[in-house]
Design a protein around this ligand. Structure first.
Ligand code: SIN
Length: 336
């Protein structure tokens, strides 16, 4: 029997569900399976040898497909991570998560985790029962990264398919392929290959311990809705968001964040009702330059830099926990 090496790094595996914990009816089924079925104990049992890399302590946070992750789950996950990382004996955290909303959870954690220790979010595209699942090796890679001194101070990381990405920049870009996670204009931070973790660059936007966002006492996040821009769209959905109590609206705009005439009018009226408007782009890459103070003074909307709409929504919601000052919020979009 193999003896685990002494003095291993201690890694907490916080399991939330997703395809990595998914079960299908047959090994050939890679669509239409049930995400979030395997327990954290079953996940760990499926990866022999993990014990040689680190001492792994598993916790089940929830067990759901990732579209069902809620703000409450985000807040309790982040609080648990902060609590664990405050302990000197804990080296790092791995969060297993469905890939559909993985980029959102990773960016939320990137903005609210208060530690320089590694936090790695990982998923898989094929269920655990697949003939050739990608989850087990992704999990091994994630543990290698979470145990690596190189990963300290790099912010929350996403590890998928041998690559290491910054949570801020990465997105799911393909419905089914294994190489779905990409950071379009910016690329990966590094790679993990046969257990060797290598970083080639750093995420320079402010993150984790250096942010101003504190969630410990927050009951929930302010409501921020995303409205999609498309030809012929009127202002009805924007008006509905305001009526539902939105404190912020992110427009997933055309090109540089544009909406139709009717959407622009509805956004203007929302802004007059003190709803904070941020324009992002539906294109999937590129940046929208920040608004000048004079532009903001004239009532022009805040811009999202190169954050996609779903990430701009997270930053805006957290920004609104600190301020409603539009100049300050625009500044946050250039810092984070
Ligand atoms: C999910 O996001 O939970 C389902 C899809 C996946 O994990 O790949």
């Amino acid at each position: 029997m193999n003896q685990a090496p002494p003095n291993r790094p201690v890694i907490y595996l916080l399991a939330t569900g997703g395809t990595i914990a998914g079960r299908a009816n047959s090994p050939l089924q890679t669509a239409g399976y049930r995400a979030g079925e395997l327990s954290v104990a079953e996940l760990l049992a499926g990866v022999p040898g993990l014990d040689n890399i680190a001492e792994i302590r598993g916790e089940q946070v929830c067990n759901v497909a990732s579209p069902f992750i809620t703000i409450d789950i985000w807040l309790s996950l982040a609080r648990r991570i902060n609590e664990l990382l405050a302990s000197p004996e804990v080296t790092g955290i791995v969060v297993t998560h469905g890939t559909d909303s993985l980029e959102e959870t990773a960016y939320f954690l990137d903005l609210v985790v208060k530690s320089n220790k590694p936090v790695v979010v990982v998923g898989s595209m094929r269920p655990a029962t697949s003939l050739s699942p990608d989850g087990p090796l992704n999990l091994v890679d994630a543990v290698h990264v979470a145990a690596s001194p190189e990963a300290q101070g790099q912010g929350v990381l996403v590890v998928m398919n041998d690559e290491i990405y910054a949570a801020r920049d990465v997105s799911k870009t393909h419905v089914s392929q294994l190489h779905t996670f990409r950071s379009h204009d910016l690329g990966a931070l590094g790679s993990v290959y046969s257990g060797v973790v290598t970083f080639y660059r750093k995420a320079v936007r402010r993150h984790t311990a250096a942010t101003e966002f504190v969630i410990e006492q927050l009951p929930t996040l302010p409501r921020v809705d995303i409205i999609y821009a498309y030809l012929g769209a009127d202002g009805a959905l924007i008006d509905a968001a305001v009526a539902a109590g939105a404190r912020g609206i992110v427009l997933a705009g055309m090109g540089q964040g544009g909406g139709t005439t009717e959407q622009n009018e509805a956004l203007q009226s929302a802004q007059e009702q003190r709803v904070v408007i941020v324009r992002s782009s539906r294109t999937g890459s590129g940046r929208i330059l920040p608004q000048s103070p004079a532009g903001l003074e004239r009532g022009v909307a805040i811009t999202a830099d190169n954050l996609n709409p779903q990430k701009a929504r997270i930053l805006l919601a957290l920004a609104l926990t600190r301020t409603t000052d539009r100049q300050k919020i625009q500044q946050m979009f250039t810092i984070y």
